[in-house]
Design a binder for this molecule. Structure first.
Ligand SMILES: Cc1cc2nc3c(=O)[nH]c(=O)nc-3n(C[C@H](O)[C@H](O)[C@H](O)COP(=O)(O)OP(=O)(O)OC[C@H]3O[C@@H](n4cnc5c(N)ncnc54)[C@H](O)[C@@H]3O)c2cc1C
Length: 404
């Protein structure tokens, strides 16, 4: 079956008129690091490796940023998909707090990039808000607030009496500067632009069809028969990893997003916060610079062909109803509907590091709702690893951690 990973009218690839195209590979080449995949993860890896003077190339089978990067909500938060107590059965509280701190570090890294190279991707550092409108979930939010506060995070508790929003909040946890938002398609192109001005090489329409692992090198063969020789190869192919391994890395679902038309007189307070509720599956929303709202949620079991229209329509309709209920004071009209594969893990973390059986095969897989922040951490830690420094935090993202 031809597996479809993205479907619909994605806002970020529709509103952007990026004409930059990269050549396809027409010769055999040598490099140090071969990155397979030209989504946001591949671009982040390219940026950090190049910054560390490591020679690398990106091989992308279609066009840059048109995989799951085109449908990500890009609602960035240091916190994970579940609460600390919800995750406790799969990992330790210490590890969760550590990953929250790494999330803050990744947010700061993106902010530094923007400050250095200019804000060409609508980046905005914002607060993040976790809330419930259900009496029964109040304790969950209170508990989360207390643990984060005890661990030094800048948090504020909000209850019904202090709720500044126009929708019902029984309990809420506001994290100061705990989030960010941007346009992921433009961010990806920006990373590539900056890195290609240095030494990065990017090839579009260059699918890797086979890989040979040798004692002294690794060779990726591309669809038109050209070979790329490197010291290592990094899988940055998102939810599509069959080329590298038979291993199933996460639990796949199909996730849905809607983007509204620009909303007149949208209140300022909604523009400086990203929102997520405690429902299972949870719903989340953010705004854009031109006053649209992007809402996501209503995930269902993965549909490999994504063309089960009935099921898709059901999820889109539920999301539309939800956003209209949240913003009753406004005329809300939906302009874009899109969906695609999403993969989650028990501890909500992605996979970064070496394959347990092949030392020349490395992974950078941003699974879970914090995929972009994990890719930033991957870029930093895998560059260090290539230069011989093992970062202890890599253990959190170990490729093997669920097998032992
Ligand atoms: C609906 C949705 C909402 C999300 N929201 C958020 C969010 O708010 N915040 C967040 O941090 N994360 C979020 N995520 C996760 C985030 O989107 C992913 O972590 C990120 O997009 C993954 O990017 P990627 O570059 O790894 O994958 P992709 O963008 O899919 O890129 C992989 C690339 O590899 C290429 N490729 C595949 N096979 C080959 C091959 N053999 N040869 C060459 N190229 C190949 C593909 O063509 C593709 O372009 C969300 C995901 C979804 C689906």
């Amino acid at each position: 079956m031809n597996v479809q990973y993205v479907q619909g009218d994605c806002i970020f690839t529709r509103v952007n008129k990026i004409t930059k195209q990269y050549e396809y590979l027409t010769e055999d080449i040598d490099t140090d690091v071969i990155i397979v995949g030209g989504g946001v993860t591949g671009a982040i890896l390219g940026y950090y490796l190049t910054k560390n003077n490591i020679k690398c190339v990106i091989l992308e089978k279609s066009r840059v940023g048109h995989g799951s990067t085109s449908i990500t909500t890009s609602l960035l938060q240091y916190e994970l998909d579940s609460t600390i107590m919800g995750l406790k059965q799969y990992t330790t509280i210490e590890n969760i707090i550590k990953s929250y701190r790494l999330g803050v570090k990744a947010l700061n890294e993106i902010q530094d990039f923007i400050e250095k190279y200019g804000n060409n991707c609508d980046f905005k550092r914002v607060d993040s808000f976790l809330y419930t409108s259900k009496e029964i979930d109040k304790n969950k939010v209170e508990e989360e607030y207390q643990i984060r506060k005890d661990n030094g995070f800048k948090v504020e508790f909000i209850d019904q009496s202090s709720n500044p929003f126009t929708f019902d909040v029984k309990a809420g946890l506001l994290s100061k500067d705990g989030g960010a938002q941007f346009d992921p398609f433009r961010f990806t192109h920006e990373l590539l632009r900056v890195s290609c001005e240095s030494s990065l090489k990017v090839y579009e329409n260059t699918e890797v069809v086979s890989i040979t692992y040798n004692e002294n090198d690794v060779i990726a063969e591309t669809v038109y028969g050209h070979k790329v020789r490197g010291e290592i190869i990094i899988a940055a192919t998102g939810y599509n990893t069959q080329l590298f391994t038979k291993r199933e890395f996460g639990t796949k679902t199909t996730a849905f997003n809607l983007a509204t038309k620009p909303i007149n007189n949208l209140e300022e307070r909604y523009k400086s916060i990203v929102f997520r509720d405690t429902e299972v599956p949870y719903n989340y929303f953010r705004t854009t610079n031109d006053n649209r709202i992007i809402i996501g949620g209503e995930d269902i079991n993965f549909l490999p062909d994504i063309f089960n229209e009935q099921l898709c329509i059901k999820s889109y309709d539920k999301l539309e109803q939800r956003i209209k209920n949240l913003f009753k004071q406004h005329k809300v009209e939906i302009e874009y509907r899109y969906c695609g594969a999403f993969a989650s893990t028990q501890d909500n973390l992605g996979f970064i590091g070496k394959d347990p059986d092949r030392s020349r095969l490395w992974y950078c897989l941003g699974y879970g709702a914090n995929g972009i922040l994990f890719a930033i951490l991957g870029g930093i830690m895998l560059s260090e690893l290539y230069l011989g420094k093992v970062n202890e935090d890599l253990k959190l993202f170990d490729v093997d951690r669920f097998d032992s």
